[in-house]
Design a protein around this ligand. Structure first.
Ligand SMILES: C[S@@+](CC[C@H](N)C(=O)[O-])C[C@H]1O[C@@H](n2cnc3c(N)ncnc32)[C@H](O)[C@@H]1O
Length: 243
């Protein structure tokens, strides 16, 4: 359930707007992410993969894979006997992330697929693990979780890592200042974005689900043993559940 006080905040979440934004920022997306999060996004992603319990030989799906950060962490773990399918619907983001696959010599272990997270182009019961990092706010969460659940094998595990409003009021004020006054300027300056998305993102965090309601959506899709916990003072939460 969304915070009712913030229902009026405008969300540019039509598929076209999401596509235009990521096409506009793709080439400088990694740099902007690293600067805006002070490099912390890599540790959030590594922790999500650890929580997923990715192991050698597994078939893993990374949904909304963007420029392949999570897929690369996973591909290093699964080895030659495993495989990562990295799905995103934005070609510019995948193109911008291709050089990292090449740089780490992982092209045999990662397949980039263009597709919709709400309508995954895979058979039921295909993957051992499924992950999604910082993309949930672009999706209809119920459809997304239903699809994630459907393509996982019985006994498989799904993990999300995403932004939420931090629970501590004092830290929350600091974070509000940073995310409204500073972060949009860095993002817009680095990427040259003209879609205004970096002004929208701080609002979107505040109209987003609470971590608890987010976990209920996972449970509603069928996931069992759902758990969630904060990272970095609750700027980010990891949610995980089993099929
Ligand atoms: C903020 S980026 C996150 C990328 C990557 N997971 C990361 O952690 O850096 C969000 C990504 O979600 C993708 N995306 C948004 N909606 C999507 C959808 N319905 N289907 C597939 N990809 C989608 C965007 O194209 C973008 O690459």
């Amino acid at each position: 359930m969304l915070d009712e006080r913030l229902q009026g905040v405008k969300r540019p979440e039509t598929p076209k707007k999401v596509q235009d934004f990521f096409t506009s920022v793709a080439k400088r997306y990694d740099l902007a992410n690293s600067l805006m999060s002070f490099g912390m996004h890599y540790s959030w992603k590594r922790k999500a993969v650890k929580e997923a319990g990715v192991k050698e030989g597994m078939k893993v799906l990374d949904i909304c894979s963007g420029t392949n950060d999570v897929a690369i962490i996973e591909a290093k773990i699964v080895g030659d006997g495993g495989h990562i399918t990295a799905l995103d619907w934005n070609e510019a983001m995948q193109a911008a992330g291709q050089f990292k696959i090449d740089k780490f010599g992982l092209s045999d272990r990662i397949t980039n697929v263009i597709g919709d997270a709400e309508k995954l182009p895979f058979e039921d019961n295909t993957f051992d693990r499924a992950t999604v990092a910082v993309a949930s706010r672009h999706l209809n969460i119920d459809k997304h979780f239903q699809e994630m659940y459907r393509v996982l094998k019985p006994g498989g595990r799904g993990v999300c890592v995403d932004f939420f409003q931090p629970p501590n009021p004092l830290f929350g004020r600091l974070y509000n200042f940073y995310s409204y006054a500073i972060m949009p300027k860095i993002g817009t300056w680095i990427t040259g974005d003209k879609t205004g998305v970096y002004d929208y993102l701080p609002d979107s965090i505040r109209v987003y689900y609470t971590p608890e309601d987010f976990s209920k959506e996972m449970i509603g899709a069928g996931f069992k043993d759902v758990k969630y916990y904060p990272l970095t003072q609750g700027i980010v939460y990891v949610h995980a559940g089993n099929k």
